[in-house]
Design a protein around this ligand. Sequence first.
Ligand SMILES: C[S@@+](CC[C@H](N)C(=O)[O-])C[C@H]1O[C@@H](n2cnc3c(N)ncnc32)[C@H](O)[C@@H]1O
Ligand SMILES: [Zn+2]
Length: 368
Amino acid sequence: MERLSEIVEGKARIRVPPGVFFNPEMRLCRDYSVLAINAALKGRKGVRTVDATAATGVRAIRYAKECGNIIGSVFLVDINSSAAKAAAANVKLNKLKKAKVVKASFAKFCESGDAMEGFGLIELDPFGSPVPLLYDAARASRGGTLLSVTATDMAVLCGAHSAACIKNYQAKPLNNEYCHEAAVRILLGKIARTVSEFNFGVKPVASLSYLHYVKVFVLLEEGAEKAVESLKTLGFAAHCNKCLNREWRKGIANSLPAKCPECGASYEYGGPLWLGEIHDGKVLAGMLKGAKEEKLAKILRLQLGEAGMPPFYYDLHALCKKAGCRAAKPETVIEKLRKAGFKAVPVHFRFNSVKTDAPARKVGLAVR
Ligand SMILES: C[S@@+](CC[C@H](N)C(=O)[O-])C[C@H]1O[C@@H](n2cnc3c(N)ncnc32)[C@H](O)[C@@H]1O
Ligand SMILES: [Zn+2]
């Protein structure tokens, strides 16, 4: 048999046979995930872990080798037999103890004896939407479980395929300049609604939007009251495509006005989506301490700025286009808004965008 070349990523050595999925571009996401797990599960030991969509096993192997004593028994699951074989070979290559590779669908695995005790860390990194795996993940969760969820169906979540988003996430997407943040919030909303049926509330601790995917880390809090509390954090957003004004309101029914109070145009709606915090500043600060690469540290610093800010950033390019003025620099706009007494920060979602508590009208004035 031909010898496969070896990839070294973090502390893992990985061999990728033909037909088994491995995307080197997802390294940043895996680096981010290692940091998120270390920070969110700090102080825990021997956490039972399942990588539901293991492919080569790179994630599970990196988590086991790079998260100290946090990770206990690790299960690597993949429906594809070539992937399961590759994961088993990589587990051996990396001398992982307490690791078991299972060739099965995640649903089938969740019915097996291995899953009966539940898991403290569940990794969902499928092709496209993670929704088909969420119910099984909720069933295999316990109080304090950390869900690590990737979605690569950005065209759906960002509203290019609105009907597919309604079908898969039961949420209307927003196909506008802040669709990447709306995508994170639609995904978090879907996770909150799914786990609530199993008596869990959600606490998002870190949310990343990068290239063609979003990745969220969510701690589950046990109890019916927690579940209800989370559902009360869901709501709807209204966006005015004419003047870029936006509003949002929590609640299970859309109680937003039909028309934009600024210009009278009809609002476009998005939701239901998560309107609470998408990051936990303490977790992000812990992640930042561990970040070795400047690229990742920069993202984390921007996300730290986002923590505690209202939903939905302003894209300065879109505002300048509406205002008919030359492109405004985020630093200049941020300074103007701060001088006027508002909070304002750059964002990781999109270059040339800012988050602020100022109304759209004031941001529109600040770009001129
Ligand atoms: C995007 S790849 C995973 C990539 C991997 N986490 C990484 O970082 O390289 C998705 C994998 O999930 C597997 N898969 C898809 N649906 C599955 C299911 N229902 N249960 C288990 N594995 C599944 C596929 O065979 C594929 O190997
Ligand atoms: Zn308007």
